[in-house]
Design a binder for this molecule. Structure first.
Ligand code: SF4
Length: 324
């Protein structure tokens, strides 16, 4: 069984941690609760941190031409500067972070769905955008993947984000404790089939970066590799990418299998392609062959277990590693 490095994740504090919403509520969130034993959470409520009490009068984003101001209609206070200042200070105080899980639709924490009103009172919504805290995150961490609690309820998005978090955390650990080309080669080798499913061209490009024919410095190799690694996760893989990987893995065993075994595998792959069966059914066949033929290289592949199995909720069974 794989040992996982715990990802470091900044989380909106009102999700599971504290009753700090404007109305004094806390949001119970099973996904955050389930993640807790497997990650290091850094909870923060930017609105409380800038001195707004709980409960508090609502704040909203108000359009001022192209830009938006964070204001409290009842008091008329403009909180844009204090929120930006706190956000930059807080983000600057953090070490390497692997991800952010934020509360959607908030004028502070929303990723891209915070409403911007045309005025202080009873005014229409003119657009949606990032909350002020999240804008600062995007400036400080331009490439990092962000998610909110609403999107994570979708199995495909959640699986993709968990895969990203645990992969990035392992890379961070490697960078901190074993920053060598040999360790990076092993990382690339262990993740070969996962990366192949994510993005074939990027996986190959990362292989070239590790091979380092241009004799770049260790620092440059790691920086370039990390940039590609984050881009590799830009979106979840599609069914064809998974089928390609499964066929590659099948190739390791095909000569040793009986005809009925091969036929059964191909029929499961076809069922997966037709969305009649989850990817997990195909993967469990392949994994059983890895054990049967004692293929240690494949057994070490993160593709078979990209994040802790305990994080797959019972309600996900049947969807296991299914696709958009
Ligand atoms: S959404 Fe953000 S600012 Fe609002 S209560 Fe939650 S943590 Fe605080």
């Amino acid at each position: 069984m794989r040992t996982f490095i715990k990802p470091k994740i900044v989380v909106s504090k009102c999700l599971e941690f504290s009753a700090c919403r404007y109305n004094g509520d806390k949001i119970n969130d099973d996904i955050i609760a389930n993640l807790q034993p497997f990650v290091y959470f850094i909870p923060v409520c930017p609105e409380v941190e800038i001195g707004l009490g709980t409960p508090r009068d609502v704040i909203r984003l108000v359009a001022n031409g192209e830009e938006s101001r964070l204001v409290q209609p009842k008091t008329g206070h403009d909180l844009t500067e204090s929120m930006t200042e706190f956000s930059n200070e807080f983000l600057g105080s953090l070490d390497d972070i692997d991800g952010f899980i934020l509360k959607g639709r908030s004028p502070s924490c929303g990723i891209s769905d915070a409403k911007v009103y045309s005025g202080l009172e009873k005014a229409p919504v003119v657009r949606t955008e990032s909350g002020v805290f999240t804008k600062a995150i995007k400036n400080s961490y331009p490439n990092i993947l962000l998610e909110d609690e609403g999107r994570l309820k979708n199995f495909i998005i959640r699986e993709h984000y968990f895969t990203y978090l645990f992969t990035i955390a392992e890379f961070r650990e490697l960078k901190e404790k074993n920053k060598t080309i040999a360790a990076l080669m092993q990382f690339q080798a262990r993740n070969k089939y996962l990366f192949m499913a994510m993005h074939l061209d990027k996986m190959r490009n990362m292989g070239k970066i590790v091979a380092n024919h241009e004799k770049k410095s260790l620092e440059d190799v790691f920086t370039q590799y990390e940039e590609e690694l984050i881009l590799l996760f830009a979106k979840p893989p599609n069914a064809d990418a998974h089928i390609n990987v499964c066929q590659h893995v099948f190739g390791y065993f095909s000569k040793q299998l009986t005809l009925p075994e091969k036929e059964h595998f191909h029929s499961m792959l076809e069922r997966f392609q037709q969305r009649k069966s989850p990817l997990s059914s195909v993967l469990s066949i392949l994994r059983s062959w890895c054990y049967r033929f004692d293929n240690q290289y494949l057994l070490r592949q993160t593709y078979f277990e990209p994040y802790p199995e305990e994080l797959i909720a019972i309600s996900d069974s049947g969807k296991g590693r299914n696709l958009s």
